[in-house]
Design a protein around this ligand. Structure first.
Ligand SMILES: O=C(O)CCC(=O)C(=O)O
Ligand SMILES: [Fe+2]
Length: 354
């Protein structure tokens, strides 16, 4: 069934986004978002984006701020994470240098059709799919044994070393945050992080969004929730574009140069029995400036069965989700079939609770 939905990625778009961007072309129909533009954009709606100081999370007041941010929006800007401004600039710099390489050089790391790792555009899974106005380089960083080093750029020469170091730092921040999240709900501190297992999957995605002549019609990334457990995002230092859906309004996430955006993915919504939210987000395009970002996604070992933490299942808050294995596959299949992945793993209340 699903295989029928796969279309040839090569055939789908004749002219590259880069070329269309340079030529100022009117984007072709495959890129036009119509009909599914749920949520409204009202610049007068000022919803403040929570800021959490990671270095203060030993205090009860900051933990409470964390709980409140994750249970309302599932999302915050992290400061006090120990990575300096110049260090974060170094990460932005390797992204910038890679994307500035001639296309021919970048193609050495091209993503194979129907694979997720490597350099290229949006992965095409359906004829009906609206395409993202972006290029990305996706690389698995953990477990180390699953790195495909042939896809790691040789230029700039410090790319691999810089990425390995950044991944290690982000991973340890994520593990710490997962413990704090459990603490914020009065759970054992391993309640979430232990579900990731010994060999969680962590990938990085370098995103590059060229200028676009029709930001009113074309998105850098379509509305989605992340399939991960937890995502950390380094935004462009100057150019905004990320928006989150809060109370049916698309809210801009301002760029704070030293902050890392943290958002939960679907698998934390499952583990927290729906208390924490996996936020819907998207990326806008713009006519003036290109934008870059670096996302790190961490998700449980696929063989691990994950599910709502027992302590969060109560009479007033019954089990919302069933236990699942390999949520990544479920998410991918749903995406192909146009279903909302989290809806398909909801617990049927007439079955026996485990
Ligand atoms: O570029 C961004 O700001 C966000 C990208 C994103 O949501 C993703 O890669 O999943
Ligand atoms: Fe995302």
């Amino acid at each position: 069934m699903a295989a029928n939905l796969l279309v040839s990625e090569e055939k789908s778009v004749p002219k590259s986004i880069k070329q269309m961007s340079t030529d100022g072309d009117e984007p072709p129909s495959q890129y036009i978002v119509n009909g599914n533009s749920f949520g409204s954009e009202d610049p007068s709606t000022q919803i403040p984006i929570p800021i959490i100081d990671v270095s203060l999370l030993s205090s009860e007041s900051e933990i409470e701020k964390l709980r409140s941010a994750l249970s309302s929006a599932g999302f915050f800007q992290a400061i006090g994470h120990g990575m300096s401004s110049s260090y974060l600039d170094k990460i932005r710099e390797i992204a910038k240098q890679f994307f500035a390489l001639p296309e021919e050089e970048k193609q050495k790391y091209a993503r194979a059709v129907n694979e997720s790792e490597g350099y290229g555009n949006d992965r095409v899974v359906s004829d009906k799919q609206v395409l993202d106005w972006s290029y990305r380089l996706t690389l698995r960083v953990f477990p180390e044994s699953k790195r495909r080093l042939s896809l790691w750029p040789k230029i700039p020469s410090d790319f691999s070393e810089t990425l390995m170091e950044f991944s290690t730092k982000v991973k340890s921040m994520m593990d710490y945050l997962l413990r704090c999240m459990a603490r914020s709900l009065n759970l054992d501190k391993g309640s979430f992080v232990d579900q990731f297992g010994d060999q969680p999957l962590m990938s990085t995605r370098f995103n590059f969004y060229p200028r676009c002549s029709r930001p009113d019609l074309v998105l850098g990334v379509k509305p989605h929730t992340d399939r991960s457990g937890i995502t950390v995002l380094l935004q462009d230092k100057e150019v905004e574009g990320l928006q989150v859906l809060i109370d049916d309004n698309w809210v801009n996430v301002p760029t704070i140069p030293d902050a890392l955006v943290v958002n939960l993915g679907d698998q934390l919504q499952i583990m927290s029995n729906g208390i924490f939210k996996s936020i819907m987000h998207r990326v806008k395009t713009n006519t003036e400036k290109l934008r870059m970002s670096v996302a790190m996604f961490n998700e449980p070992e696929p063989e691990n069965e994950i599910g709502p933490v027992e302590g969060l299942i109560t009479e007033s808050q019954p089990r919302l989700y069933r236990n699942v294995q390999n949520y990544g596959d479920i998410n991918y299949r749903c995406y192909q079939e146009g279903k909302i992945p989290l809806e398909t793993v909801k617990f049927a209340h007439n079955s026996v609770q485990r």
